[in-house]
Design a protein around this ligand. Structure first.
Ligand code: UD1
Ligand code: CA
Length: 467
């Protein structure tokens, strides 16, 4: 007997989502929904995984890049049985189990797939289906049993009699059958139902009619078989995924002061002894080194934070690197390509884009730093701006180590500042500054004695006249 093959059904549009986006592309905890059953099947030891795609197949294929699965196309969505048929060449001559998984089961665990495979193996059945008891089975196919308690059929809700609708044992959308039997049985399915679709669930009737045994394996954790059909289902599934992810990090030594408000995507990694305040969102492939603290209201996406980093409240950090011991915020924005060096300090109302800030440097207040390379130990004064854009192209500002920049300076790029130079407050720097030099560009100040006082008296007189 060969290792199991998995077929994942994901060709449908998902009409009930009311979306332009194919259902399985909707993200849940930072991954397109389709990733979850693929990863679960892989973890459960399925040697080969075939996904059946239809709606937005190119986009779904792109979303599956890097995952261990093959793709077949179902051109017309004629039903779940028709979908499985598209993968026929993978199992038509297979002497071994085929696991079929609905693609809209993001909570399905590897353990449940294993359990189903194990049940199919140990209790030879023609067909094994996962069943689930639901207080409200609306939308699910009902598992119909004979008087003797044997599984006799699955009836879709739309085709069910009122009595059948009253059944609370539902079909979970996860099945195991032997490859060759499956290939044969699928051909016998006819679209003779309310939807005129080829129902995969008719396999049950076919197995029973052929004298076979259909086994239902009850899955106690009914959430695992939550089929996402609507946005409300998606929100429920995502909430559960987040709880699981948070539990994983809590167990691994991350403190969360209010886990329910901390949103961590599935691929995020967090080192030991990190502290996450309420309302923190960690997205995409973010990684955070040990001993770091992220304060409230921070969103970090696809970024790398070193060890002992502090992110103060209200920051957005996107596709950036923050080295060990750096302090960011409050209210700072790191846009793509910001590289903040060790122990550096990015303060309030500072925006950094595609720039390197060297170790121990400080950009503490109200600045814009774009397309700049700033050395080590540099001080950038309050209100400093790199004028990097001339309306057509972006230009670079290069600032050497140990440079001191006073407040309210504009660097009109391209411009280079040599090591250890000083830029006087209020300067507009349009030319390179040599190392060790002072650059000052100010209109000489003039004081006009008594001028202000005189103006005040003149104005008061005018006012009196008006009255
Ligand atoms: C299906 C089952 C139902 C079960 C429920 C569990 C059928 C006929 N019904 O209903 O008994 O209780 O799942 O969640 O199977 N798909 C295709 N091609 C198609 C049609 C569907 O690939 O032509 C895919 C969808 O993209 C989806 C999966 O199959 O990922 C299930 O389809 P869906 O329409 O969600 O079936 P349900 O109505 O939920
Ligand atoms: Ca479904």
């Amino acid at each position: 007997m060969s290792a199991p093959l998995a077929i994942i059904l994901a060709a449908g549009l998902g009409t009930r989502m009311r979306s332009q986006l194919a259902k399985v592309l909707h993200p849940a905890a930072g991954r397109p929904m389709i990733h979850y059953p693929v990863l679960a099947a892989r973890a459960a030891g399925c040697a080969r995984i075939v996904t059946v795609l239809g709606h937005q197949a190119p986009e779904v294929t792109a979303a599956l890049k890097g995952l261990p699965c093959q793709v077949v196309i179902q051109r017309k969505q004629l039903g779940t049985a028709h979908a499985v048929l598209q993968a026929r060449r993978w199992f038509a001559s297979l002497r071994g189990p085929v696991v079929i998984v609905n693609g809209d089961l993001p909570l399905l665990s590897e353990a449940t797939i294993r359990r189903l495979l194990e049940a199919h193996r140990s209790q030879p059945a023609t067909l094994t289906v996962a069943s689930v008891r639901l207080s409200d089975p609306t939308g699910y196919g009902r598992l119909i049993r004979s008087a003797g308690g044997r599984v006799a059929a699955v009836v879709e809700e739309i085709d069910a009699t009122p009595a059948e609708r009253g059944v609370t044992e539902a079909n979970g959308g996860l099945y195991v059958a032997e490859g060759r039997w499956l290939a044969d049985a699928l051909r016998k399915i006819r679209p003779d139902n309310a939807k005129r679709e080829y129902y995969l669930t008719d396999l049950v009737k076919i197995a029973v009619a052929g004298g076979g045994v259909v086994q239902a394996v009850p899955v106690e954790a009914s959430e695992e078989l939550l089929g996402v059909n609507s946005r409300a289902d998606l929100a429920r599934a995502e909430a559960r995924l987040r709880e699981r992810i948070n539990a994983r990090h809590l167990a691994a030594g991350v403190t969360m002061r209010h886990p329910a408000t901390v949103f961590i995507d599935d691929e995020v990694t967090i080192g030991q002894d990190c502290l996450l305040s309420p309302m923190v969102q960690l997205e995409g492939r973010t990684s955070i080194g040990s001993g770091s603290t992220v304060h409230a209201g921070v969103r970090i996406r696809n970024s790398r934070l070193g060890r002992g980093v502090t992110i103060l409240d209200g920051c957005i950090i996107d596709e950036s690197d923050v080295a060990d011991g750096a302090v960011i915020g409050p209210f700072a924005r790191l846009r793509p390509g910001a590289r903040i060096g060790p122990q550096a300090r990015i303060g309030n109302f500072v925006e950094v884009k595609r720039s390197r800030i060297g170790a121990d440097s400080k950009v503490n207040h109200l600045s814009y730093v774009g397309d700049a390379t700033i050395g080590r130990g540099v001080n950038i004064g309050a209100g400093t701006i790199t004028c990097n854009y001339d309306g057509v192209r972006k230009h670079a500002t290069v600032i050497g180590d140990e440079v001191f920049v006073g407040s309210d300076v504009q660097f009109v790029a391209p411009v280079r500042i040599g090591r250890g130079a000083m830029i006087a407050a209020g300067a507009t720097v349009t030319r390179d500054v040599p190392a060790g030099a002072l650059a000052i560009s100010r209109v000489a100040q003039e004081n006009k004695p008594g001028w202000a006082k005189t103006r005040l008296t003149v104005q008061k007189k005018k006012k009196r006249k008006k009255k």
